[in-house]
Ligand binder design. Structure first.
Ligand code: NAI
Ligand code: MG
Length: 511
């Protein structure tokens, strides 16, 4: 239905009416802060509104946490870490609580998916499985690490050396600052890593999408986590987020969001030498060779940009198709993009929802305009859709050049550049194109030639290289995820994920 007006959301269209009424009841009261096991208003008494991006209408309000609220939450987390029951709790008991929270997420999965789709604009069909299912899975997977966080047995180079070892200890109090594109998954994911490592945590959800993180707070209380172990403080980035990043009582910041804010956080963190993990998005290449499964490659690449309306850090937004199959790939993507059902997130048939906000939609449109002005061919899309919600058409820009902004900057919308490559210079040309980016999050390669795959795996600068469609959302837990270059620092997932919430302590034992 691209090109046509998008009618308003029809709440309950495909969610069970029970889930919908629970979600709407939850939103009927202003959302509060979850600090030290209690639900409280912001110290200032202030609140802010948030909306449904499918309609642009306000759907609720939340406490506007400020520096005093962050300070209270950090103190509660510190107390739970130093003196509370948390450090003394056997690892297995931490795992049991994590499993109970995962079960509670599943038990309330319909309601959570409804809330997530309503507030975040992603279609129900993906929020239920990817966001809600993924959140529960991240808890269960990391619960398996709690008693498998090992150090090493060490031998010093000195003669007659003593027995030495390293042990890993929880870093302490973690500040988690999360984005709006996967609110529940990001909040739960960072909580899972922190508590698995034995840390306590203060979560600051994105101001555009506080709903599911606050609902998660209720489930955390219900699961039986001791007070202060997990605290949730809603509020604005420049106020509550900055207060958390600056707070001297915080030992680590785990952040997902823009590179600009990632830099600001690193600067703030430097004062008290906080540890940081930063997941900052990308401009990920998809490389399609003629010997690969071209149809599946094109379909997977297209759906990868439709997923979350392209508001996804790992979106493959630079597609490089070998010149022999370039026209074929372009046509396949165009056909898919023009058939995508764009609409309100809660409607059952919707395949792609809105952009998160008016501001973000304008940002996306300004990139499309810049691409047009630079000389890109707009193969399909290129327009916003009329109506109250923030809808954009899936857009293909062909023949974009590596120096144009549409090829360099993260657009965070349903916009993909498709560019041909040759193999006149062997693989050097395509490797140079793939690496011609300030980002380095994911690279995807489609080829049946093992030799080509091996060479690209080694030479592409990216945190993940996915061959023939493996990896990506829905691939489950266990694969470390994070970026090279401006895509960030550190990894979530695998043993690296949980270990990044620990410090190494070296122990040397004499006679
Ligand atoms: P953002 O980076 O401003 O927001 C992410 C989180 O950071 C939110 O919780 C926000 O409240 C917080 N924040 C903002 N300013 C802060 C500060 N000074 N100190 C501490 N925390 C702060 O993202 P924004 O502005 O909403 O989106 C802009 C662009 O960022 C997008 O177009 C996209 O390119 C990128 N982005 C990348 C994401 C990813 O998954 N890697 C997620 C969201 C945005
Ligand atoms: Mg921002």
């Amino acid at each position: 239905m691209t090109g046509a007006a998008v009618p308003g959301a029809a709440p309950g269209a495909s969610a069970s009416s029970d889930a919908a009424s629970k979600a709407l009841r939850f939103l009927a009261k202003p959302l509060q802060l979850f600090i030290d096991g209690e639900w409280v208003a912001a110290a200032s008494g202030e609140t802010f509104d948030f909306e449904d991006p499918s309609t642009g209408r306000v759907i609720g309000s939340a406490a506007a946490g400020g520096a005093p609220d962050i300070d209270r939450a950090v103190r509660a987390a510190r107390k739970a870490f130093e003196e509370g029951p948390w450090p003394a709790l056997p690892a297995a008991e931490r795992a049991r609580l994590m499993m109970r929270l995962a079960d509670a997420i599943d038990a309330n999965g319909e309601e959570l998916a409804y809330l997530e789709s309503l507030n975040g604009g992603n279609p129900l069909r993906s929020t239920r499985s990817v966001d809600v299912g993924g959140a529960a899975e991240r808890l269960r997977y990391n619960a398996g690490w709690v008693n498998k966080i090992f150090g090493d047995t060490l031998l010093s180079s000195a003669r007659g050396s003593t027995l030495s070892c390293s042990i890993r200890e929880p870093i302490g109090v973690v500040g988690a600052i999360t984005p709006w594109n996967a609110p529940l998954f990001m909040a739960t994911g960072k909580i899972a890593l922190a508590v698995a490592a034995g840390c306590t945590v203060v979560v600051k959800p994105a101001e555009l999408t506080p709903a599911t993180a606050v609902r998660l707070g209720e489930l955390i209380a219900q699961a039986g986590f001791p007070a202060g172990v997990i605290n949730i403080v809603t509020g604005f980035g420049a106020v509550a987020g900055a207060a958390l990043a600056e707070h001297p009582g915080v030992d680590k910041i785990a952040f997902t969001g823009s590179t600009a804010v990632g830099r600001a956080i690193m600067t703030q963190a430097a004062q008290s030498m906080k540890r940081v993990t930063l997941e900052l998005g990308g401009k990920s290449p998809v490389i399609i060779f003629p010997d690969g499964d071209v149809e599946t490659a094109a379909r997977t690449a297209a759906m990868g940009v439709i997923f979350k309306s392209g508001q996804f850090c790992a979106a493959g937004t630079r597609i490089f198709a070998h010149r022999k199959i370039f026209d074929q790939v372009l046509q396949l993507i165009e056909r898919l993009f023009t058939a995508v059902k764009v609409g309100p997130a809660l409607r059952a048939e919707t395949e792609m929802g809105p952009i998160i906000s008016r501001k973000q939609l304008e940002r996306v449109m300004s990139y499309i305009e810049a691409g047009r002005a630079d000389g890109a061919q707009v193969i399909c899309g290129g327009q916003r859709l009329p109506g109250e919600g923030h809808f954009a058409q899936p857009t293909v820009l062909a023949h974009a050049r590596p120096e144009w902004s549409v090829m360099r900057e993260e657009i965070f919308g349903p916009v993909v550049c498709v560019t041909p490559f040759d193999d006149a210079a062997g693989l050097d040309e395509i490797i140079a194109l793939a690496n011609d980016s300030d980002y380095g999050l994911v690279a995807r390669v489609w080829t049946r030639d093992l030799g080509v795959a091996h060479r690209l795996i080694r030479r592409i600068k990216a945190g993940s290289v996915n061959i023939n469609g493996a990896g990506g959302p829905g691939a489950g837990e266990g694969l470390p995820f994070g970026g090279f270059k401006l895509s960030g620092i550190g990894r979530e997932g695998g043993h690296e994920g949980v270990e990044s919430y620990t410090e190494i302590k070296t122990v040397a034992i004499g006679y």
